[in-house]
Structures are given as structure tokens and as C-alpha cells.
Design a binder for this molecule. Structure first.
Ligand SMILES: [Zn+2]
Length: 128
């Protein structure tokens, strides 16, 4: 199992635990189990930071691999608005000035991999 596989697994487990914690008021989950989940999830977040640091020194890349909703800002310093980019055709593109990121293909496929399996409803139904 390589680092990206491990990050994918950790992301998935954090997402599942966060989901359980989010819906805890609506379902029968004991205070004890809630505390357990919070502790486990906190450990998973620490583990993920280690894995991310092992994988890349780039903060932008770590943010991308950590947060599914994270997208970089436009990288053109002359851009009038410097908005967040939109993932289009394999890179992050600025829809104001046309700037696009130049992540290697391997990184883009790693990014897709670590978030691709975070399908909470599917995971939850498998667990029940
Ligand atoms: Zn721009």
C-alpha cells in the first residue's frame, strides 16, 4: 500500500466518522461511542498529516489531498479578481483570466483517488 492509498483510506475513515458525529443527535449513539469516535478521528487526522508531509512539502497539494472541497486560487498575479479556480479538463483553471495549473498527471490521479471513494451513503449502507 503506497502513501496515496493510505491517505485515501484515512480520508474515507475520517469522512465516515464525521458523518456519524454529524448525525448523532438523530440516531441512537451513546456518549461513550461518540467520545470514542472523536478520539479515533483525531488520531486519524494526525496520521493523515504525517502521510501528507511524507507525500509532499507543498501546502497547496496537501490541502488538495486533505479537503475534497478545496481548490487553489488563480496563480496569475496580474489576474483582476484572483478567484478560486475550477477543475476543468484535468487541471484547475481560472475562469476570469484563463490561467491554469500545471500539476503532473500523477498528482491529478492521486487527487482523484484520495477523494473518489468518499461516498458516505454507500459506506454507511455497507456498515449497516
Ligand atoms: Zn485568474
Amino acid at each position: 500500500m503506497d502513501t496515496i492509498d493510505k491517505i485515501e483510506e484515512v480520508n474515507r475513515n475520517i469522512a465516515i466518522n464525521d458523518f456519524y458525529l454529524m448525525v448523532r443527535r438523530e440516531g441512537p449513539i451513546s456518549k461513550e461511542y461518540e467520545n470514542h469516535l472523536e478520539k479515533v478521528t483525531s488520531e486519524l487526522r494526525k496520521e493523515r498529516e504525517k502521510l501528507l508531509a511524507e507525500y509532499t512539502p507543498s501546502i497547496v497539494r496537501r490541502n488538495l489531498l486533505r479537503e475534497y472541497s478545496y481548490v487553489p486560487y488563480c496563480g496569475n498575479i496580474d489576474c483582476m479578481k484572483s478567484p478560486r479556480t475550477i477543475f476543468t479538463d484535468g487541471q484547475f483553471k481560472c475562469h476570469t483570466c484563463g490561467w491554469e495549473s500545471s500539476f503532473p498527471k500523477e498528482f491529478i490521479s492521486a487527487w482523484k483517488q484520495v477523494h473518489g471513494s468518499v461516498n458516505i451513503s454507500k459506506e454507511i449502507s455497507v456498515r449497516y
